[in-house]
Design a binder for this molecule. Sequence first.
Ligand SMILES: [Zn+2]
Length: 529
Amino acid sequence: MDDLLIRGGHVIDGSGVPGREADVAVLDGRIAAVEPRSVRSARRIIDARGQVVAPGFIDIHTHSDFTLPLNVRAESKIRQGVTLEVVGNCGFSVAPVLSDRAQMQREYLASSAPGLEFRESTFTDYVAAFPPTSVNVVLQVGHNTLRLMTAGLENRPLTAAELGAMERMLEEALAAGAWGLSSGLFTAPGNFADAAEIHSLARVLRRHGATYSTHMRDESDHVFEAVREAIAVSEATGVHVQIAHLKLSGVDNWGGAAKLLAEIEAARRRGLPVDCDAYPYDTATNPLRNLLPRWVMEGGIPAMLERLRVRDVRTRIRDEIARSGLTNFGRIPSWNVVRVAISPQMPENAGRTLGDIARSRGVDPIDAVADYVVADRGETRVLITSMTDADVHEITRTPWVTVGSDGNALAVTGVTGQGKPHPRYYGTHAHVLGPCVRDLRLFPLETAVAKMTGVAARALGLRDRGILRAGAWADVVVFDPAGIADRSTYEEPHRYAAGVSTVLVNGQATIDGGEHTGALSGRVVKRPA
Ligand SMILES: [Zn+2]
């Protein structure tokens, strides 16, 4: 007898083929059968008439390693049907932390991971201590983290000994089950690395059959060079490359999406294993300090805070931004498109724009920004509306572009329910399945499902998830195709998505009748040795 039979639903299996009426049987955490009008008996029957039954969604690019220990129920994700999160992205991972570098790591990640403790840990310790959660988790080790442990925030090439130390830490993480390495070449200390350093680490990955994902060196005025740099890693080493949150930021780059996608598609046609993901929003989020010229952060956070008090430094920042726009984001129309999301020292400012803050204080915007970074000890996170809808839609509609929220698993209550974080943390997948299918008509529902299941599993090299077929893990979502929608907004982000009635994680009902059951049946999915 099966554990569960999901009966009468419209099965969209994740492969991209048209949906069909079928029942889905689950036994011992796996899918036992997918067949029309099944006569199998089960301990429990779930009536899915009028609803879609699909593989659980893969959120291929997230930072939930910063919040899952504080929100093990993974509320904002599981309520959209997300059953697997890939974490450790953009060069940032919680481990490894060497004994004398815990404080540096804490300062470095404070604006991304408030509330998380950082203590000495190998990657093996980290995996062993990772708590049971409601979603499956694929862990990556971060290049920025490895460089922080090796050369701190020093802007220089590594010595051979330092590179060797990084390679050993990478191998230790891979042996512990890490899926691969992520880079964050857009910010210190990742941006201090040259191509040769990345290729050396990529060769280690290739030897172990592991993957490389990258938040590229540039997403604005030099985004084409950055895409070529990412493709070259695959070309030189044969490693699989995942380009994260593909976008064109800054007004001078708007309208370039089709051309950018064509570059990646050409590499794929040459047979290179290159994939990319995107979130369906025109607004990004980042620490406020990352908008400033890169030299501002040299030497670490305390050095940055000292530097930002100096008048001449501010003049230099003002000139550079006037000349070439914001670091990472390019030229913006004004500081009215930069909004405080989370401000640990001044939470009352969440939702206000930097333009508004400057005006109300009667100061120049650059002074307002520098003062803000200093007063908030570099820990402020902001939202930056720096993309155009046309590009976002062009990227989102592409069938081989997977869906990554670049967001954290949050909950409306508790420590993760603070500030005004990006709505993508609550709504990415529901937005793609609802508004992008029904209102924008970017693609049929089967394509939307495939982008976040089968296509994502293929990009990751995950063999037994992301597809509804006998033998695969029973990560399953049941949702109302007419009702699924995101409800999180920039003004009121802490709102769960609507329309998901049932979610199974490794066969366990985790959302049941639209409610969280408290089940913590997710596991760390380790790279097969
Ligand atoms: Zn990133």
